[in-house]
Design a protein around this ligand. Structure first.
Ligand code: ZN
Length: 287
């Protein structure tokens, strides 16, 4: 017990969002916590079947973790599960979606950044629960998570109204995916007229690409985005969307996130490939 007397034990509730296997039986966990943000914790022997850590020190477990710090590292001493999202592993699509959410979390929360971590943790826990219980269709959970994660991290677009004239309602609004601003129909049409006058050819390549990276929002779609951005986390999935509107919501949320973060995600591509395989498989079965 000599070691214990020289180290301070800390206790924290955290969700394991990434794990790296080390050696024969060890793991390096990346744990999302409300207090410290995302932190690395070494779990020695956690993969040994004899280890008391085996069930709670793993991906997608929300656990109470007791650790100590030594030589600049955190070492896991005990872990007891609070909520285990293990059933998600049995559904490959759900598992892929959870992995994508973890990728977003890791991108938005570099280790040690605790600002807003409590909200992100709650969003993750609510979303995992929704996947596990089939609370809503996965594409809706995905879209709402993407947009809510952006809103919680300060990347939300200004959805109050047109950035030029302040109009709140319009037959459609154009969302600039990179700039995060709206333009109403009148301002878009005026811009197009002015653009033609100035000649499109004179614009730089960058300006042309910027102009192309926008998304037309119907009043219904804009209403959904406003709801997701403003809703309390426990209610962020309490909306209805079907058919074309649901598909458009999925497209705008994903494109907005990837535009804002200026990157794609392998975990996202993987989830899409599973959806595609499932829908083409479904069509084959019907014929
Ligand atoms: Zn306007």
């Amino acid at each position: 017990m000599r070691e214990k007397s020289h180290t301070t034990e800390l206790r924290v509730r955290g969700l394991v969002v990434r794990e790296v296997l080390l050696g024969e039986t060890d793991k390096l966990l990346s744990v999302m916590t409300a207090e410290y943000g995302r932190i690395p914790i070494m779990a020695k022997g956690a993969r040994s079947i004899k280890s008391h850590l085996i069930t709670s020190a793993q991906l997608m477990c929300y656990s109470e973790l007791t650790f100590y710090e030594r030589e600049g590292r955190r070492w896991l001493r005990e872990a007891s599960p609070i909520e285990v999202f293990y059933p998600i592993r049995l559904d490959i699509e759900g598992f892929a979606l959870a992995q994508y959410f973890f990728s977003i979390c890791c991108e938005l929360f570099p280790e040690g950044n605790a600002d807003g971590a409590a909200d992100m943790l709650r969003l993750l826990l609510n979303s995992l629960y929704a996947i596990m219980t089939d609370l809503r269709p996965q594409p809706l959970i995905k879209a709402a998570f993407e947009f809510k994660a952006m809103a919680l991290s300060g990347f939300a677009p200004d959805l109050d109204g047109c950035a030029e004239c302040g109009a709140v309602d319009s037959p459609y609004m154009l969302l600039d995916l990179a700039g995060g601003t709206l333009r109403c129909e009148k301002c878009v049409e005026r811009a197009i007229r002015e653009d033609i006058n100035q000649s499109l050819i004179s614009r730089t390549e960058e300006e042309r690409r910027g102009a192309a990276a926008s998304f037309s929002l119907s009043p219904e779609l804009l209403g959904l985005l406003r709801f997701i951005a403003a809703a309390p986390i426990k209610r962020f999935l309490s909306f209805e969307a079907e058919g074309t509107v649901a598909a458009q919501l999925g497209a705008v949320c994903e494109n907005y996130l990837c535009n804002q973060l200026e990157r794609g995600f392998e975990t996202l591509d993987f989830w899409h490939s599973l959806r595609l395989a499932q829908s083409s498989g479904g069509q084959k079965e019907q014929t």
